[in-house]
Design a protein around this ligand. Structure first.
Ligand code: SF4
Length: 402
């Protein structure tokens, strides 16, 4: 039996697509293995959002092609016009991979039975000046609602408890079909009332009253990623982000008020070429002020084809210094968010049992650990009480098995 290994770089959409490939190849009688050394076929789902992502993808492909293994590269990396496959390597889209391997049985869900990523669209119609994604993923394309429902149905039948709605620009879902993300989610909840639904990342301009109501009405779990990128309106404008700072602040406030356990995460790009010390201070102060659950900090990465490519970069030491300051603050914010829930009760999903300890993720995306009981197993929903925070996890007690 042929053995394959999938290496995924980058975002949740890539993770979702890798799982689809894994399901397909497994249904073609290939065996998924957990180490590239055991495999004779290596699938590399690459990422080019940052310079480092592109370099790591290239190195990984080269390493295994040099070893003489069959390598299939897919994803954003293969859409760069200046890269070509090294020996033993093919560049395929996900659809081409599927066509090249014939099914011997129906593809089955292999994702962790309990939390499943669901891609509802791909591509982006915006043109942020630093972003290569629209060039490698193309314009926004929605999946058909019926197709999404059928996919979820198969996962639910196999015991999925929670889905994470994923895509490049999920907030724009339904524009062409006179629908929208909020109504898709409401319809999903109607059809699968027991299923927990989590949104991934949504642009502030798509946070409408209908989206806010999804949180107020407990249709979705109280957690969302709201990308900011900069706390300076001037930089947001220079980045051509499709919202103003004002809109971000409005969305943050409304979402935060929509649920008492609300967790809002964000992304920040440090060192955009036009970012001055004052601009950075604005970002720093804003992060300090708002009760973020977590903040992902990215160093600006100059990407080909983007509008910002031609702008002179800031000195590396300046960018690094800003990053260090922000990272310190971000650690503190994450801890403070967990501590806010000490002595409070949260809904949580157990994902792992090790000895007599259970661990998993709460409704508002905090990692927790707690002493388990023999009735609790991976996939159980429980009510926990947070006791204290340790290593960015909530040490808790399980109050009730749901
Ligand atoms: S919204 Fe901007 S940053 Fe996000 S994928 Fe589209 S172009 Fe890139």
């Amino acid at each position: 039996m042929r053995k394959f290994y999938i290496k995924t770089f980058g975002c949740r959409l890539n993770q979702y697509q890798s799982e689809k490939i894994r399901e397909h190849l497994s249904a073609c009688n290939l065996l998924s293995v957990s180490s590239p050394d055991e495999a004779d076929l290596i699938i590399v789902n690459g990422c080019v959002v940052t310079h480092r992502g592109e370099r790591d993808t290239r190195k990984y492909i080269q390493k295994y092609s040099r070893q003489g293994k069959q390598v299939i590269a897919t994803g954003c990396y293969t859409n760069l016009p200046y890269v070509s496959p090294p020996p033993n390597t093919s560049f395929f889209t996900v659809e081409e991979i599927k066509k090249n391997f014939s099914l011997v049985s129906e593809p089955k869900s292999l994702q962790s039975r309990h939390r499943i990523l669901i891609g509802i669209q791909e591509g982006c119609n915006f043109r942020c000046t630093y972003c290569i994604v629209p060039f490698v993923r193309g314009r926004a394309r929605d999946r058909k609602k019926e197709e999404i429902f059928t996919e979820i149905e198969t996962y639910v039948a196999k015991g999925a408890k929670e889905i994470v709605i994923t895509g490049t620009e999920i907030g724009g879902y339904g524009k062409k079909s006179n629908s929208n993300l909020a109504s898709l989610i409401r319809d999903l909840k109607k059809k699968f009332p027991e299923l927990k639904i989590r949104l991934s990342s949504i642009l502030p301009l798509y946070v409408t009253d209908d989206i806010i109501l999804l949180f107020e009405d407990n249709i979705v779990l109280p957690h969302v990623h709201l990308p900011l990128q900069s706390g300076s309106q001037k930089v947001l404008k220079e980045m051509k982000r499709p919202y103003k700072l004002e809109r971000f602040l409005w969305a943050f406030e409304k979402l935060y008020e929509a649920h008492p356990h609300m967790a809002i995460g964000t992304d920040i790009i440090v060192g955009y070429p036009t970012e001055t010390d004052e601009d950075f201070e604005m970002t720093y102060e804003l992060i300090k002020k708002l009760p973020f659950a977590y903040v992902h900090v990215f160093l600006y990465s100059r990407r080909p084809f983007t509008e910002a490519f031609t702008i002179k970069e800031l000195p590396y030491e300046v960018i690094k210094k800003r990053e260090q300051r922000l990272l310190e603050l971000v650690k503190y914010k994450k801890k403070a968010f967990i501590e806010k829930f000490i002595d409070r009760t949260l809904l949580a999903m157990v994902e792992k049992i090790q000895g007599d300890m259970a661990s998993g993720t709460t409704e508002n995306y905090i990692k927790f650990v707690a002493k388990s009981t023999n009735k609790v197993h991976a996939g159980s929903y429980v009510k926990i009480r947070v006791l204290y925070s340790e290593n960015y996890r909530a040490v808790s007690e399980i109050l009730k098995l749901l």
